[in-house]
Design a binder for this molecule. Structure first.
Ligand code: GLC
Length: 665
């Protein structure tokens, strides 16, 4: 089915640019097949249609779907294959529900732990955000379901998200906030969604520099740019900026375009460029019909979620309390506790899955060796704790969600009370383990020293406790690592508790975001970016750095698993520039790998560094620039657990430096 632009009247073209209803593209009086879009990053959130019509509200409810681990937990796997499995699983349910585009992934940088939507996002680091987002796009689109890379761009908090302009310098824009999109667009997302906020004083939906000059002309993106829902202020100005599709339908948009055309503010060519991109999108979707096949049952999708969540769980602290392999263990949770699947808003999935309680799951696994019991967050917990060897306390932090930011990053008061009541029992030889369920960084400094072990479980959808139990029981080694820094306190973060004034937020932290900030100012943190413990002990050795060309290097190193348990390790390569004539972070992540290393075995990891691994963005040259001189290549198990390093000298000719635009490859 090929729809030609010539087959459309001007009226049909204008309607094509402004949506049919809340979730669909206009069908041009039947000439264009159904094209339905639905959220989201943590599973299918599709508002039920009524009489074949998409609903703007949620009165009809949302279809039941698999509540997958939130994208922030998927990120903590550092496993691009699992990011693909995640979106492939969600795409399976899109196909089952006749949804053509999944409105995900979000790759916005986690600049402050207060951001209400951090649970939907990936990292404080642009390369982790870009690569995991790219893999997510690949998974769904390999199955014939489109995606929407969002929210383009510099949308890093929820309060004032419609109005507050993000004021950011060009170098910071390129090196931090645009880089995830530059990387992820290499997967050719069917759509890119612009954000609500202005950037440097111009709404994202009307920001021609960012939408057309950067995203299209520089990054080479030729797909459809869709607005966030309600993000278009002036439809014709958005069209001029190269925004193709306004969502949802708005009654004034047709006239706005028609009047602008009549006044010569836009041309038929402007209209046809966007119409052509939308028709190409429809055609792409039609061609993908052959590969759009449901392949998993509901149970198998759930199992996929468990597998992903299990690799995203991060063991933050372990003074020998884990795994639990003998004696008596008590699991304490608030009465009727079930870990929150997700934060609220457009990413929240309606699941009907009823998970077993954690203590029962643990009993199922090693109930022969360990006797498990449960207690509520009441006196019962304390009295029972006295008669147990290990006490596991489940805690969570404040609700997170779209359209609001957190006020604090500590755990709930009740949770803190329970920890403070039970922790002193360690003097009797008890072991105390805390499980933290939250979608973003948590300040644990008030109690972390009074417990033996802490596990960060993220917001893991319907799957988290089934993923967690084998880890606590010692059947699986934890392998997740943090993709955002956990600070010692909110006051230690750059933004602190400042939300901006609703008009302009000045990004005066510049490129010094996340670990780049804490390291530059020598600030201690609770747990650093890239941190995550294992039951295995990994030894790094034999670093080799081989020059492959004038700009590219091959980095290889050995990792030996010195333990008796098979385990996965995330190794990270950081680069330090000693000579730059611009202010650069002390070091920056430039590559990473997650590898299974069997007990007692050694694996050689081989990664590459290229021109961009050494370059900074020069607003003077208006391109990426490498300062010739000494660089340190550092291999670490986290950003602070550095194992190997080597200094190299880079001398690039002017021709190389001035060569064609070097876009992230
Ligand atoms: C919301 C969100 C966006 C979502 C869209 C549709 O406002 O910002 O992420 O995909 O609207 O629900």
């Amino acid at each position: 089915m090929k729809i030609s632009i010539k087959d459309l009247t001007l009226e049909q073209k204008l309607k094509l640019l402004t949506g049919k209803d809340f979730w669909q593209i206009d069908n041009s009086s039947g000439k264009i097949p159904r094209f339905f879009m639905s959220d989201g990053p943590n599973g299918l959130r599709k508002i039920k249609e009524k009489d074949g019509l998409a609903q703007s509200g949620t009165e009809t409810g949302t279809v039941t779907a698999t509540a997958m681990p939130t994208l922030s937990l998927v990120a903590n796997t550092w496993n691009e294959d699992l990011a693909r499995l995640d979106s492939t699983t969600i795409a399976d349910e899109c196909i089952e529900n006749d949804v053509q585009v999944l409105l995900a992934p979000g790759v916005n940088i986690k600049r402050t732990p207060l951001n209400g939507r951090n649970f939907e996002y990936i990292s404080e680091d642009p390369i982790v955000a870009g690569r995991m987002g790219k893999a997510f796009i690949e998974g769904a689109q390999n199955k014939g379901v489109g995606t929407s890379l969002k929210h383009y761009c510099v949308n890093n908090r929820e309060r004032y998200r419609f109005d507050q302009s993000s004021e950011v310098d060009e170098r910071t824009l390129r090196e931090i906030y645009l880089l995830p999109f530059e990387i992820a667009t290499k997967a050719k997302p069917w759509t890119v969604m612009c954000s609500y906020n202005p950037i440097n004083g111009v709404f994202a939906s009307e920001n021609k520099y960012l939408l057309n000059d950067v995203l299209r002309d520089e990054f080479g993106y030729d797909g459809v740019i869709v607005s966030d829902w309600g993000a278009v202020a002036s439809r014709y100005k958005a069209l001029k900026a190269s925004l193709d599709l306004q969502m949802p339908f708005h009654k004034d948009s047709y006239d706005n375009l028609k009047n602008a055309l009549d006044k010569g503010l836009i041309t038929e060519q402007d209209i046809d460029k966007s119409v052509a991109r939308i028709l190409a999108l429809i055609e792409k979707s039609e061609k993908a019909k052959d590969i759009r096949k449901v392949e998993w049952s509901k149970c198998e999708r759930h199992e996929n979620g468990v597998k992903i969540a299990q690799e995203g769980i991060v063991l933050l602290k372990n003074d020998g309390a884990l795994p639990i392999t003998r004696g008596k263990a008590l699991v304490c949770t608030p009465n009727g506790f079930a870990p929150r699947c997700s934060g609220s808003g457009s990413a929240k999935v309606q699941t009907d899955y009823k998970p077993k309680a954690l203590w029962q799951l643990l009993s199922d696994i090693n109930g022969d060796d360990v006797k498990y019991d449960w207690a509520g967050y009441m006196r019962d917990a304390y009295e029972k704790a006295i008669h147990n060897d290990t006490i596991v306390i489940s805690v969570d932090a404040d609700e997170e969600g779209e359209a609001f930011d957190r006020e604090r990053i500590t755990i709930g008061t009740r949770s803190l009370q329970v920890i403070k009541a039970i922790a002193p029992l360690r003097e009797l030889g008890k072991k105390v383990v805390v499980l933290v369920y939250a979608g973003s960084a948590v300040d644990m400094s008030e109690w972390i020293d009074s417990v033996d072990a802490v596990v960060f479980c993220g917001l893991g959808g319907e799957c988290i406790d089934e993923a967690l139990a084998p880890i606590l029981a010692g059947k699986v080694s934890p392998s997740g690592k943090l993709t955002e820094t956990f600070p010692l306190s909110l006051e230690d973060t750059f933004c602190g508790s400042d939300y901006g004034d609703g008009y302009v937020e000045e990004y005066t932290d510049r490129v010094f975001v996340g670990y780049r900030y804490y390291e530059k100012y020598g600030k201690k943190v609770l747990f650093p970016f890239g941190h995550g413990l294992s039951y295995a002990n990994f030894e790094y050795s034999n670093l080799k750095v081989e020059k492959m060309s004038e700009t590219d290097y091959q980095v290889s190193y050995d990792i030996t698993n010195k333990s008796d348990i098979d385990a996965k390790e995330v190794s990270q390569i950081y680069v330090r520039d000693f000579n730059a004539m611009v202010a650069r972070p002390i070091k920056e992540l430039k590559n990473f790998s997650k590898d299974l290393i069997k007990a007692g075995q050694t694996k050689t990891v081989t990664l590459t560094l290229d021109y961009r691994s050494f370059a900074y963005y020069s607003p003077v040259y208006k391109r990426w620039q490498v300062e010739n001189g000494a660089f340190e290549i550092i291999v670490g198990s986290s950003s602070q657990d550095l194992r190997l390093s080597k200094i190299i000298d880079i001398e690039l000719s002017d021709d190389t430096q001035n060569s064609q635009w070097i876009v992230y490859c």
